[in-house]
Design a protein around this ligand. Structure first.
Ligand code: NAD
Length: 479
């Protein structure tokens, strides 16, 4: 199946007529092609967005709300079709796409459709100076949204929804590795009544299409989610043009388990925080630190539970672990397992590629637990982004805090304890943008979302996103 760009409300082939193969991770076969859009295609998308902006930016909040809610409803009506497409394109279990990816994409539109009706500006009375200030929050103009492959529609819409809710027009690019649901979304936009040009979706490689978006002098803001090195490159390109930037990057998140936690809850959730979506979630707790007094028990119980996870074809309802997203990514993860072993790590479970009957060329890997002796080894420091976790014991709170913070990343951290004072001490001192205590990946879309250090710059979510996609302008009136 061939995917097309969506520009000015119409489906278009790329002007260059260059195409990229789209692979199905479950069987390793090419099942379609996507445009590798050039600078000229991006320029066309930009022009459509620019033309739509004067009207869209003046469209009432009620009307924007109505359209965004309609998109959300259409996604819900088409949930199964979208979930199947996401699962085929990405390799994730259909059950995961049905329960997480597509419902959340629908929520993103509903949430920001509602949020914009509650967004307000501030005023400041300058007492004693006979003046009043009010602050306008104006949309930026044409903005660029670039997203990764791990939660394709979920993260794509997490950017697009606040951008258009705030009155901007968008040139958006999904990952070339998982373009399908962004393409299917294009089909819904006209039906929902979104005016042409408000959202333009261009497909292609990061180095061609993505680069053309970030290079464009009149695309004034870039919201990006992806790898840290790509984020650094985008920052370099964007800085001299003074573009506004939101960068959501990689992670190497600690999962810190104290002996006083609710053990059963912790165990079930730790299996999820380690291996959901084949470990390909930026929030996965890939470094597990366990208090020494329960370390041996945890090890036995964790291994037992992980061994029960079923690796299989993503379309099977009983599959817990589907295929990794691509052949190069599978190789990267396997290389890391080898590096871990060469550095002295001990594989406690998994570690090998899996052959699924009938799908011998699919990219399947066993969920893998590696016991490490030091937190300084590469597999404990570098982002693997696959079904691989490290585990090691700790003795004291200060020791584990120091290890947790001793990585270049700072996206999220999970704490398992029932000690309130310890919770508050550690939550204050952990270097991360998101802390979960006795839970994982529990999301409230109003909260700020993002990382510190090499995990990014800026925050998404709630009014933070609406602030990012608007410029504050202060008006001071003397009376
Ligand atoms: P990636 O950086 O390779 O690609 C992300 C997107 O950027 C893709 O659409 C790609 O085409 C585009 N891109 C690549 N080069 C570009 C360039 N020169 N100019 C403009 N765009 C370019 O990342 P990926 O492999 O798709 O995703 C995995 C990474 O994403 C992991 O590091 C993961 O931690 C991170 N991630 C972070 C979050 C978060 O919220 N912090 C969420 C999900 C994933």
């Amino acid at each position: 199946m061939n995917i097309q760009n969506f520009i000015n409300g119409k489906f278009k082939n790329p002007i260059s007529n260059e195409w990229i193969d789209n692979y199905c991770p479950a069987n390793g076969e090419v099942y379609g092609q996507i445009p590798n859009s050039s600078k000229t295609d991006v320029e066309k998308a930009f022009k459509a967005a620019k033309e739509a902006f004067p009207t869209w930016s003046q469209t009432t909040f009620e009307e924007r709300n109505r359209i965004l809610i309609k998109i959300s409803e259409l996604l819900e009506v088409n949930l199964l079709r979208f979930a199947e497409a996401e699962s085929i394109d990405n390799g994730k279990p259909i059950s995961f796409a049905k329960a997480i990816d597509i419902p959340r994409a629908a929520s993103n539109f509903r949430f920001f459709g509602n949020a914009i009706t509650q967004f307000s500006s501030e005023s400041h009375e300058s007492v004693g100076q006979n003046a009043i200030n009010y602050t306008l929050r104006q949309p930026i103009g044409v903005v660029g949204c670039i997203s990764p492959w791990n939660l394709p529609l979920y993260l794509f819409t997490w950017k697009i929804a606040p951008a258009i809710a705030a009155g901007n027009c968008v040139v958006a690019k999904p990952s070339e590795v998982t373009p399908m649901t962004a393409y299917l979304l294009s089909e819904l936009l006209n039906e929902a009544g979104l005016p042409k040009g408000v959202l333009n979706i261009v497909h292609g490689l990061g180095t061609t299409t993505g680069q053309a978006i970030i290079d464009h002098p009149e695309i004034k803001a870039i919201s990006f989610t992806g790898g840290t090195s790509t984020g650094a490159h985008i920052a370099k390109v964007a800085a001299p043009m003074f573009k506004k930037l939101s960068l959501e990057l990689g992670g190497k998140n600690p999962n810190i388990i104290f002996a006083d936690c609710d053990y059963d809850d912790m165990l079930v959730t730790t299996v999820k925080s380690s291996f959901s979506n084949q470990g390909q979630i930026c929030l996965c707790g890939s470094r597990i630190f366990v208090e020494a007094s329960i370390y041996e028990k945890f090890k036995i119980d964790f291994i037992e539970k992980v061994k029960q996870l079923k690796v299989g074809h993503p379309s099977e309802n009983i599959t817990n672990i589907g295929a990794l997203v691509s052949k190069p990514h599978l190789k990267k993860v396997l290389d890391y397992i080898e590096i871990g072993v060469n550095e002295g790590g001990k594989i406690l479970c998994g570690g090998k590629q899996v052959t699924v009957d009938g799908y011998e060329n699919g990219y399947y890997l066993e969920p893998t637990i590696i016991e490490v002796e030091t937190d300084e080894c590469r597999i404990n420091q570098e982002e693997i982004f696959g079904p691989v976790v490290t585990i090691m014991p700790f003795e004291t709170e200060s020791e584990v805090l120091q290890m947790a913070n001793k990585v270049k990343y700072g996206l999220s951290a999970t704490l398992w304890t029932n000690d309130l004072k310890r919770t508050m001490r550690l939550s204050n001192q952990l270097q991360a943008g998101i802390i979960w205590v006795n839970t994982w990946m529990q999301r409230d879309l109003r909260t700020p979302f993002g990382g510190v250090k090499a995990s990014g710059v800026g925050r998404e979510g709630g009014f933070e996103a609406l602030r990012f996609f608007t410029e504050a302008k202060n008006v001071c009136i003397k009376y």
